[in-house]
Design a protein around this ligand. Structure first.
Ligand SMILES: [Zn+2]
Length: 143
């Protein structure tokens, strides 16, 4: 479930060595991608909108493919419907009181926050080296 959430609901969050939260006054600097995703989900109300976005994607996919739906898509849809139902009915969550953002944090937001708060100047760019989806190095170069 966790790896699924990472890929399907937070796919646009890039791999970096660490993350500066792009939300307004939030000063959070976070080391791991998964922790950053948790921060967005719980700290900035992105959990439900990301879940609903993925549900919408799955429903569109199912509508467009008619009878050729893979089991994994059906399984994912059923699982997310269950999760959504749980969140909306559990006494642990007061869904109505959760503030959700106008738009979800995207890849550009993450890079811009990094470049701004990491002290890069206008001409400098961030370069990230990945190996099997793990950050092995980052460097700054003059763009
Ligand atoms: Zn934040």
């Amino acid at each position: 479930m966790i790896s699924h959430v990472k890929e399907e609901q937070f796919g646009e969050i890039p791999e970096l060595d660490f993350y500066y939260c792009p939300y307004g006054d939030c000063q959070s600097k976070i080391v791991k991608r998964f922790n950053f995703m948790l921060h967005l989900a719980t700290g900035h109300g992105e959990l439900l909108p990301r879940l609903d976005r993925r549900l919408k994607e799955l429903k569109l996919l199912i509508d467009s493919r008619q009878n050729q739906i893979s089991q994994s898509i059906t399984d994912e849809l059923n699982r997310l419907v269950e999760v959504r139902s749980f969140l909306h009915t559990s006494p642990l969550f007061d869904v109505a009181s959760i503030e959700t953002p106008e738009s979800l944090c995207n890849e550009i937001d993450v890079y811009q926050a990094y470049e701004k708060r990491h002290g890069l100047t206008a001409g400098q760019k961030l370069q990230v080296f990945l190996c099997y989806k793990q950050v092995i190095a980052t460097s700054v170069f003059e763009g």
